[in-house]
Ligand binder design. Structure first.
Ligand SMILES: C[S@@+](CC[C@H](N)C(=O)[O-])C[C@H]1O[C@@H](n2cnc3c(N)ncnc32)[C@H](O)[C@@H]1O
Ligand code: SF4
Length: 349
């Protein structure tokens, strides 16, 4: 028997398959950016990259009036909630209230954290709920992690230890524990050791990602990113992957950009987006919303342009408003927005 979330998801998927731009049911999934503030300034982070500038208004918790709207208009329909976005979710005072409102055992909650702020109540709540905690570290020695993330690894290990402590006492069957590790020139040789450390703390999955530089041209980004160098990373990834197999940890595959591609080639779809016959369909504009701290609503974590604002319009007007419908009209066609062409989300159908 399908639950109400599944029925609504299927209704909207039907609309997409029919080529309709109208989504009959509300979103069943959302990114809710609890805060864009952060206590760290990691060298890889787009929020602190030289191109970003330092607009002080950018770094703030979600406004209470925005959260009120989220709670009233969005939350009742949500099955999957990503409490992440720009900043550090464990920093916001709103976190406990959000978990009170959301962690009811039916919803799946995901949190990505830098692991430097230990809030035991929130951690316990997540471990005992259908949820995912992903902790980021970028080096297996204090020195390397500090050089990239500005904190010693020991501090993050304390967070991992706390999660393990709760997990050892009883964990929800749908709890998933992950580590995120952004591979750079300085830490690529530590990938296997990172898997071993994660294993010690009961981590289930190791998410190696590349250092994505987007428009950055600064010396650090140019030197440290191996996004265009699969030949340098793959042997390390293979060793880490094999070690993960031995230890029972899933090691995610990595995807790469190709520096030598011409401008024209870059405008083509990524091979995993276009199989030569059809564009793989993105369902997210029919399924999800991404709500910024200021109430701006987008379809997902990749598409940057607001399609409305919860402080100006009710969600239902935004969800089937002209901007959302215009995106639905083109997102699965050759006229898709540029940013969708290189999208990394795995939900494409
Ligand atoms: C932006 S952070 C926000 C959550 C939290 N503050 C944290 O650090 O985990 C989300 C994830 O993106 C990773 N990340 C940061 N900069 C990145 C980059 N340039 N390319 C790829 N991943 C990056 C972080 O390591 C982290 O795992
Ligand atoms: S901890 Fe996360 S959000 Fe903060 S600077 Fe580092 S990567 Fe960015």
């Amino acid at each position: 028997m399908w639950d109400s979330f599944t029925i609504r998801r299927k209704m909207n998927s039907f609309s997409r398959r029919m080529g309709w731009t109208w989504a009959p049911a509300k979103p069943y999934r959302a990114w809710i950016v609890a805060t864009s503030r952060c206590n760290l300034t990691c060298k890889t982070c787009p929020a602190h990259a030289p191109v970003h500038g330092t607009d002080p208004n950018y770094f703030t918790d979600m406004k209470p009036e925005v959260y009120e709207r989220v709670k009233r208009e969005l939350l009742p329909g949500l099955q999957i909630i990503h409490l992440s976005g720009g900043g550090e979710p464990f920093l916001t005072p709103l976190l406990d209230q959000m978990l009170d409102d959301m962690a009811d055992g039916r919803r799946y909650i995901t949190v990505v954290t830098n692991g430097t702020i230990i809030r035991r109540k929130a951690i316990e709540r997540l471990v005992r709920s259908p949820s995912l905690i992903r902790v980021s570290f970028d080096g297996t020695t204090n020195e390397i992690n500090q050089a990239i993330r500005g904190v010693k690894l020991d501090r993050i290990l304390e967070f991992l230890r706390t999660v393990k402590e709760f997990a050892d006492r009883g964990v929800h069957p749908r709890f998933l524990f992950q580590v995120s590790y952004v591979v750079t020139r300085s830490n690529v040789h530590q990938m296997t050791e990172a898997v071993e450390i994660a294993h010690r703390y009961g981590v289930h999955e190791m998410c190696f990602g590349n250092f994505v530089v987007d428009d950055r041209k600064d010396e650090y980004a140019m030197r440290e990113s191996l996004f265009g160098c699969p030949e340098e990373v793959t042997p390390h990834w293979q060793r880490a992957h094999d070690r993960g197999r031995e230890l029972g940890i899933t090691v995610w595959p990595m995807s790469f950009d190709c520096k030598e591609r011409s401008e024209e080639e870059r405008r083509q779809y990524k091979p995993d987006l276009y199989d030569g016959e059809r564009i793989r369909q993105c369902p997210l504009p029919w399924w999800s919303v991404y709500v910024e701290v200021n109430g701006a609503v987008k379809p997902c974590c990749v598409y940057h342009w607001p399609l409305g604002n919860l402080l100006e319009q009710p969600l239902r007007e935004i969800w089937n408003g002209p901007k959302f419908r215009a995106l639905r009209r083109i997102v699965n066609t050759p006229a898709m927005p540029e940013v969708c062409r290189s999208c990394f989300i795995q939900e494409r159908l």
